[in-house]
Design a protein around this ligand. Sequence first.
Ligand code: PMP
Length: 388
Amino acid sequence: MGTTAAQWAREELDALARQGLRRALEPLRSAQGPEVVVGGQRLLSFSSNDYLGLAADPRLAQAAARALAARGTGAGASRLMVGDTEAHHTLEREAAALMGTEAARLFNSGYAANLGILATLCGPEDVVFSDALNHASLVDGCRLSRARVVVYPHADAAALDGLLAAAGGRRRLVCTDAVFSMDGDHAPLQELAEVCRRHGAALMVDEAHALGVLGPNGRGLSEVLGVEPDVRMGTLGKALGAFGAFAACSAEVAELLMNRARPLVFSTALPAALCAAGEEAIAVMRAEPALREALWRNIRRMADGLRALGVPAEARSAIFPLVLGEPERALEVAAQLRARGVLVKPIRPPTVPRGTSRLRFAVSAAHSEAQIDRALEVLAALEVRVAA
Ligand code: PMP
C-alpha cells in the first residue's frame, strides 16, 4: 500500500539532500520568544517574525481563551455559510481603522490572502507585474490568477515603467513586498505608485514585514512614504503575534473579495478565538508605541554592531541577511552559531535565489541589549566571511 508515492518521495528527498536543500522540523519546547528551547538546548533565537514580542503575550492568550470558552474551537463553516461571527466583523473594523482604509477583509493567513487577492482582481485577460524578489505567496497568487505575469527587476520602477508601456492587457496590477522578506530592504513605493498612476495600473503592497514595524502608527511602509495602494495585505502572524491576515482596501474590493476569493469562499473561517487574539494584538500595538520604539533601538544596535564587524547592514527593517553563498555554507555557519547558543535558521533556495543562501537575523522588541550583543559577539568570534 502506498509504495508508489513513497518511492517518488524518496527520489525527491534524496535529490534535495544531494543539493543541501533537505529541511527538517525541530519542535520548540517553549513558548515563542527571544529564548527558546529546541532539541534540549536553550537558545537565543533570531529566527522568528515576532517583531514586537507579542506572540506569547498573556493579553493575547487571555483574549483568545475568553473567546474560546464562549465560542469553542471550530468556526464550523466558511463565512458565507454559518462560519461568520461578530468577532470577524469587529476584527475587520479594527484592521481598517489601524490601516486608515475604508474596509478590511480578513483571510486565514497571509499566504491565503495573497492568493485570494491576486486571483480575484486579475484574470486571463490581464497582466500582473511582480518584483523579482516577491514572496512565494505573491508568486503563487500571480500563477493562480492565470493573468500574464511580467517579472520586473528588483525594486526597479524605471524598468517597470518601460514594461507597463509595452504591455497590453485589459487590467494591469503591480504587486510587491513592502519590506522584502529575505533581504529587509524596501520597495520604492512612491516611484511605483507614480508609475501605476501614469499607466492606469493598480498597486498591491504586501506589508507582512512592515506592519507593526514601520510608520508612526505601525501601518507599514505605505504610511512612511505617504502612499495609498489599492490593496495592502497585512498579516496578523508576524509583528502582531496572532494569526490570520487582512486585505486593507476600499469597501468595493472588500465586497468583491468576499464574493470571489476562493480561499474565503471555499475554506472554513478563522476561529473566533483567533479573531479575538488579532483584535487584542491591534489594541496592544496601538496603545503601546513603546514596543515599536524598543524594536527600533534593537534594530539600530544590530545594524551598528554588524557594520562594526564589516557586514553590510542598514537600520531599515527588523531583517538582517548574512549572505553566505552555497547552501552547505549557510548550514555550516548556522551550526557553528548554534553550538555557541545562537539559533538562526539557514535560508536556502527556493526561498532565496541560488548562490545567495544566507542566515537571516530577525530582531524583536523582546530581545534585550545583552542578547543582541551576545549574538554579535558570537558572530565576531566566528569571523564569518560574507559572499560578495
Ligand atoms: N508575505 C510575505 C512577504 C511573507 O514573508 C509571508 C510569510 N512568510 C507571507 C506573506 C505569508 O503570511 P502568513 O505567514 O500569514 O501566511
